[in-house]
Design a protein around this ligand. Structure first.
Ligand code: NDP
Ligand code: MG
Length: 389
């Protein structure tokens, strides 16, 4: 029996993780499930998986969660500290599927107990990659990527000579607006941005796919996870989303990972690793697929990719500031305070001013420095003169 916990159980990744665990009750024992506002679902999941504890990050949701779990024998807790404590409860495998920088501290708590951390929360590696790798090494924790592209790279690297890796190519669908005329993008609404051509995901990551901030985060995530130089991480638009990533080796070989665009593959791979087991994922019929296409991302349409390059070159706290500024800009876009193309402007201004003030130049930043840069970037992004840029 493997003891498992799911951080962000009520989200898109979390629900699919619950589904896969529920399908193999003889193999998994659930320790902790965490969620946010969706306490009805959290309570239902906790009962179904017979979890030891259910935790909501919101104190004002605790009473309802307690009521819904009355008589179940399942413990209840609330608040950010309780989420981190739940992540630290002894488990063999922990899914990190909270959205945003809020996933960092709970992820580190899971690493601190030496658990295998299945990492869907890409913000963890973007904000604090070197710190996370150092902590994982110190505690003997294994990191398994769940982001589909990074799972694909991980699989393509299995058994390979890491020294022979020349480059990693991440594919991008291009998001909701890949075929829109450029001049219309400024008018795009949150509803339009929140529809994805191929993948069913949470609202925030879907909008980030339309702006390519998602791919920007993934480029940085790949650099950190696989120890690559910035120039070794490339992005290509692949509208069909059937190849998830490719690894190029020094002998010219390209190892591509293909499959249906279904996150249950990457989640299930991490859940069963190092084994492979049957998963309820559609099998590709290549003759029916017919053809696949690729093209270079346009700089003008996707400024986020240029910003990712800059963040990788700058290092230090640039990743933490970049991610936080992006989250604040995304909030502003969802609240209709800024337009779609202004998100990148806000993020760039935050990076410019923090860089100018020397606020990003810290060697081997610890958690306090990362959280400080995160808070500072959010504060700067919220300043009106940036939001009306
Ligand atoms: P969702 O928005 O669907 O789910 C987020 C989860 O986190 C929910 O359980 C939510 O609770 C909880 N949550 C929200 N805010 C907080 C907080 N401040 N503290 C603690 N918990 C919180 O996100 P996704 O599942 O789409 O994404 C999760 C992560 O996985 C992200 O980092 C994303 O980039 C990454 N990812 C997602 C993919 C996908 O297919 N969805 C693909 C690849 C990566 P509640 O809903 O109850 O309020
Ligand atoms: Mg991805």
């Amino acid at each position: 029996m493997r003891r498992v916990s799911i951080l962000g159980a009520t989200g898109s990744i979390g629900c699919q993780t619950v589904e896969l665990i529920e399908a193999a009750p003889d193999r998994f024992e659930t320790v902790a499930l965490t969620g946010g506002r969706n306490v009805a679902l959290l309570a239902d999941q906790a009962r179904r998986l017979k979890a030891k504890i259910a935790v909501t990050c919101h104190d004002d949701c605790r009473a309802e969660l307690t009521e819904r779990l009355a008589g179940s024998g399942i413990a209840v807790a609330s608040g950010d500290a309780a989420i981190a404590e739940a992540a630290a409860m002894p488990a063999d495998w922990v899914m990190s599927a909270i959205v945003g920088a809020a996933g960092l501290v709970p992820g580190l708590a899971a690493i601190g107990q030496g658990a295998t951390l299945a990492l869907a929360n890409k913000e963890t590696m973007v904000a604090a990659g070197p710190l996370v790798l150092a902590e994982a090494a110190r505690h003997g924790a294994t990191l398994l990527p769940v982001d589909s592209e990074h799972s694909a790279v991980f699989q393509a690297l299995a058994g390979e000579d890491r020294g022979a890796v020349e480059r990693v190519i991440l594919t991008a669908s291009g998001g909701a607006f890949r075929d829109w005329p450029l001049e219309q993008l400024a008018q795009a609404t949150p509803e339009q941005a929140a529809t994805h051509p191929n993948w069913a995901m949470g609202q925030r990551i879907t909008i980030d796919s339309a702006s390519m901030f998602n791919k920007a985060l993934e480029v940085i995530e790949a650099k950190e996870l696989f120890g690559l130089a910035p120039a070794q991480v490339e992005v290509v638009i692949h509208p069909e989303s059937l190849i998830h990533a490719l690894v190029g080796f020094s002998d010219g070989a390209l190892m591509a990972h293909m499959g249906a665009p279904d996150m249950r593959h990457a989640i299930g791979y991490a859940l069963n690793w190092p084994e492979r087991r049957d998963l309820p994922v559609a099998r590709l019929d290549l003759a029916a697929v017919g053809s696949m296409s690729f093209r270079a991302p346009e700089d003008a349409r996707y400024p986020a990719l240029r910003l990712a390059r800059r963040v990788m070159e700058e290092g230090g706290l640039a990743g933490a500031a970049f991610n936080a500024a992006k989250e604040a800009a995304l909030d502003a876009f969802i609240d209709r305070r800024i337009g779609f193309m202004q998100m990148a402007q806000v993020v760039e201004r935050v990076l410019d001013t923090m860089s100018r003030d020397g606020a990003l130049r810290v060697d081997s930043p610890g958690l306090d420095a990362v959280l400080g840069a995160d808070a500072e970037a959010r504060a700067r992004a919220a300043r009106t003169d940036f939001l009306t840029a």
